[in-house]
Design a protein around this ligand. Structure first.
Ligand SMILES: C[S@@+](CC[C@H](N)C(=O)[O-])C[C@H]1O[C@@H](n2cnc3c(N)ncnc32)[C@H](O)[C@@H]1O
Ligand SMILES: *[C@@H]1O[C@H](CO)[C@@H](O)[C@H](O)[C@H]1NC(C)=O
Ligand SMILES: *[C@@H]1O[C@H](CO)[C@@H](O)[C@H](O)[C@H]1NC(C)=O
Ligand SMILES: *[C@@H]1O[C@H](CO)[C@@H](O)[C@H](O)[C@H]1NC(C)=O
Ligand SMILES: *[C@@H]1O[C@H](CO)[C@@H](O)[C@H](O)[C@H]1NC(C)=O
Length: 418
């Protein structure tokens, strides 16, 4: 499926030479969901092209599906790589367990050896069954090319990479375990508590009157989707990982649901209760995925590539960064982009997330240093604080799942451009 999509890859030159392409602007304008895009990139000439990598015909698709915007053809091979990575990881895990079993079988001293090996064999059997199920789901439903809406800048469509700088790509969020963890965080009952503490807080800071909101590093899109449930909101989710976008598209665009075993390929360390590894979760946890009220679109691009795209008419009232700032190579570039995106005098930046600087980060400010920088670039800080209680990342429930604890005390702030 993935290779079929890759083989139908269109070069940008081909797209721009299609005689009908430019005249489709009017059609886009007729789609309410595209308004947010048009205003985001209002100075661009829009080029619209539907890629049908799916089996469904367009009449089968829900009319209120979230459009996925791209500036250039996504590298679909990444999806195949993610699925393969999942398979390889799980094979390795099964191998580790099998090696343990081999060692046990040579042990002549234990009297109840059959019971011990039986338990281990049972674990191997159950896990391999689960891995097959999840692998199948990921390959057929999650890591598959999605329908894209192309938006290219006016003037030089053949060289759009000049406008949208192609920096060295970071694929760490295409990791299948990241993607699965984010499905749990955003779209399952297991993630509800975390979303209450993070997303609901963001929602509570934002005025409900007609607002244009940008959510960079949107991940699985739940926060953006929640924001777009306000009928006055125009929300643009932005995400650079094709793997994340593909999974978000399976939920927000194709409205697919599924059952997954998110803990099955966790490390074989710190386990408290071996049965918890087999836990199966259902996604999404909402029946009706349509935002109905507000407008939501999801752009697949690097945040810093928006440089050539924003202009004075396409500013945002609010930028919401949730667990995003610390993904920067140079956080000052992110901060500069946020000030460019925001409407001057009153544009609001809402942030929640830790300062667990990404491996590639060149500058690693502390919270107090950031405070000064944010003021210096022209914001008035309305609210500032670091949580006392840690918040888990993937899911939180009452059971102790691990003898190791991993959680964050996010920095939360609200700042307004002066
Ligand atoms: C820690 S995750 C958080 C995702 C989501 N905001 C959440 O809270 O669940 C960071 C996300 O930012 C994305 N990201 C990192 N650098 C980015 C960039 N330069 N432009 C757009 N997205 C980026 C990653 O792909 C990842 O999905
Ligand atoms: C082995 O398992 C059987 C049944 O599961 C049980 O009856 C037996 O007591 C166990 N043996 C030991 C030594 O634990
Ligand atoms: C596009 O970029 C290439 C390489 O940078 C350059 O050789 C070519 O002239 C450019 N084309 C246009 C239309 O600008
Ligand atoms: C281990 O987890 C399973 C599944 O959640 C549960 O049914 C079982 O009671 C747990 N065992 C212990 C000893 O807590
Ligand atoms: C955009 O706004 C800035 C600041 O208000 C102004 O200096 C600049 O000329 C404007 N640019 C355009 C193209 O209107």
């Amino acid at each position: 499926m993935v290779s079929a999509a890759s083989s139908s890859k269109l070069s940008e030159h081909n797209i721009s030479s299609q005689p009908h392409a430019w005249s489709l602007l009017a059609n886009i304008a007729a789609l309410p969901l595209s308004f947010a895009i048009i205003s985001l990139i209002s100075f661009c000439t829009l080029l619209y092209n539907k890629k049908t990598a799916l089996n469904q015909s367009s009449s089968e698709r829900s009319s209120n599906a979230v459009p996925f915007i791209v500036f250039q053809e996504p590298d679909w091979t990444l999806l195949h790589k993610s699925a393969e990575q999942y398979r390889t990881h799980n094979l390795r895990l099964l191998q580790t367990l099998s090696q343990g079993l081999d060692i046990l079988l040579f042990n002549k001293e234990l009297t109840n050896l059959d019971n011990i090996t039986g338990r281990l064999q049972n674990r191997i059997d159950r896990l391999s069954e689960i891995f097959d199920q999840d692998q199948d789901l990921l390959q057929t439903q999650v890591f598959v090319p999605f329908e894209t809406t192309y938006v290219l800048p006016d003037g030089e469509p053949a060289n759009s990479t000049n406008t949208f700088s192609s920096r060295t790509a970071d694929h760490s969020y295409d990791d299948p375990h990241q993607v699965v963890a984010h499905i749990v965080r955003d779209w399952t009952a297991e993630g509800k508590q975390i979303r209450r503490q993070l997303y609901d807080w963001c929602l509570s800071k934002i005025d409900k009157s007609g607002l244009r909101i940008m959510v960079p590093g949107a991940g699985m899109g739940r926060l953006a989707w929640e924001l777009a449930r306000n009928k006055h909101a125009w929300v643009e989710a932005l995400e650079s990982s094709v793997g994340m976008a593909a999974a978000a598209a399976s939920i927000l665009q194709r409205k697919q649901s599924g059952m997954i075993h998110p803990y099955s390929s966790d490390q074989l360390s710190n386990e408290v209760n071996s049965s918890q590894r087999y836990l199966r979760v259902q996604y999404p946890d909402v029946d009706d995925l349509s935002t109905k009220q507000g407008h939501l679109s999801y752009t697949v691009a690097d945040f810093l590539s928006l440089n050539g795209v924003v202009n004075n008419q396409s500013k945002f009232d609010v930028v919401v960064t949730c667990f995003f700032l610390d993904t920067a190579s140079n956080v000052l570039e992110y901060i500069t982009m946020i000030t460019k995106l925001l409407r001057p005098k009153g544009g609001m930046w809402v942030n929640v997330g830790p300062l667990q600087w990404h491996q590639k980060s060149q500058i690693r400010f502390s919270a107090d240093e950031l405070y000064n920088i944010i003021e210096e670039v022209g914001f008035q800080i309305m609210e500032w604080g670091v949580d006392v209680a840690p918040i888990e990342y993937r899911s939180s429930d009452k059971v102790v799942r691990s003898t190791h604890y991993d959680a964050y005390c996010p920095l939360r702030f609200v700042a307004v451009l002066k």
